[in-house]
Design a binder for this molecule. Structure first.
Ligand code: AQP
Length: 346
């Protein structure tokens, strides 16, 4: 087990309102990795409860993310799809990482500051320790590549620091266990594509987010054509025509956002899109964006709904994926315990 398999791991939280940012920043990338890597895609239900979730909603949302994975094109017969709580090694490794990561490292995490806001004293301990669990998610499989949106970059850097500190702190026993080059790999973030940070449709300075109280701020993967059209029509813009070159989008966050969404949905670059629409008003561009979004999201949303109605199938995918994931994580966690010095029954 000294050799590292090239392995992809990533996840999405089942917190409802799955949106275009989750699709373009993460799920679409997950689909593209399937031909080149062994992939493990998780529905991270243990992360979701760092903020209170209604239990019935949590189950429904877990099935929704699973359905989105499959409807987007992830093949459950070739890769692993499962929900995090079915594999106890995530929590076990997270505890060890709670003891490896430093308070100072976590104090720098901007996502905690954003999410806790002025209410940090009243936030759950889990929300604060979230990045340690995320490091455990990845490293319980010794995954080497992690496709994520731009907002997760800092957490990935923390996962790399944790992996390195573990390798240093336990270097002697790691060698004794037969691992010459450290135990955990340095997981690489893969932040790819034209829309790594999709912004709110109402405010180009804010990330499109599941928890934004305004539904008009995001395109949900389950929105119908009429809703997509209404939201794009109401999206904030400026009065100018589109520029002919990407530089002309500087200082125009809302225009830049809509163009990058168009580019990502049509698998083009921003420059390609401006080549076609440069000089046009939003009265021309927005209807084109609606047509494209409906063409790409419509069939996926319909398939998600169909799959979500088939609970037996979805739960079967998660059960099989959980079993496959445990088969990978168990021996890794056995080694971690040996390395740390925990005595285990033979
Ligand atoms: N706006 C976005 N643009 C690009 N990528 C995004 N991602 C999220 N928002 C955008 C990526 O989606 C993946 C799953 O995210 P998550 O569900 O685990 O959590 P999140 O990043 O906290 O997502 P939200 O929608 O913003 O939820 P709330 O509102 O609860 O905070 C990740 O790869 C993420 O980068």
């Amino acid at each position: 087990m000294t050799e590292q398999t090239q392995r992809v791991f990533s996840g999405v939280q089942p917190t409802g309102n799955l949106h275009l940012g989750n699709y373009l920043g993460a799920i679409k990338r997950f689909v593209e990795m399937q031909d080149s890597y062994e992939c493990i895609y998780c529905v991270v239900d243990m992360h979701a409860i760092t903020v209170w979730q209604d239990p019935q909603e949590l189950s429904r949302n877990t099935r929704e993310v699973t359905a989105a994975y499959i409807a987007a094109g992830i093949k459950p017969d070739e890769h692993i799809i499962f929900n995090q709580s079915q594999v106890p090694q995530h929590a076990e490794l997270a505890w060890i990482f709670n003891c490896v990561a430093r308070m100072g490292w976590l104090n720098r995490m901007t996502q905690f500051k954003d999410k806790a806001g002025k209410n940090a004293e009243n936030s759950s301990v889990g929300l604060y320790a979230y990045p340690n669990l995320m490091a455990a998610d990845i490293l319980a499989y010794r995954a080497t590549h992690v496709p994520v949106g731009e907002d997760q970059k800092q957490h990935l850097e923390l996962a790399r620091d944790i992996a390195q500190k573990f390798n240093n702190d336990f270097s002697k026993s790691i060698k004794q266990a037969g691992f010459k080059d450290g135990f955990f790999p340095q997981p690489e973030p893969l932040i790819l594509g034209e829309a790594t940070r999709v912004m709110s449709l109402k405010d180009g300075s804010k990330k499109m987010s599941k928890s934004d109280p305004s539904d008009l701020s995001r395109l949900n993967l389950l929105d119908d054509a009429e809703t997509i059209a209404r939201k794009v029509k109401k999206a904030r813009t400026d009065p100018d025509a589109l520029p002919s070159e990407p530089k002309g989008l500087d200082g125009r966050p809302e225009a830049a956002n809509l163009v990058s969404i168009y580019a990502a949905l049509s698998d083009q670059t921003t420059a390609d899109v401006l080549n076609e629409y440069g000089g046009q008003q939003f009265s021309v561009f927005k209807p084109a964006l609606v047509d494209l979004a409906v063409e790409k999201l419509g069939p996926m949303g319909a398939e998600m709904k169909r799959l979500m109605d088939d609970k037996t199938y979805i739960d079967g995918v998660l059960a099989k994926g959980g079993e496959q994931a445990r088969a990978i994580a168990e021996p890794i966690m056995d080694n971690v315990k040996r390395i740390v010095g925990f005595i285990r029954a033979k």
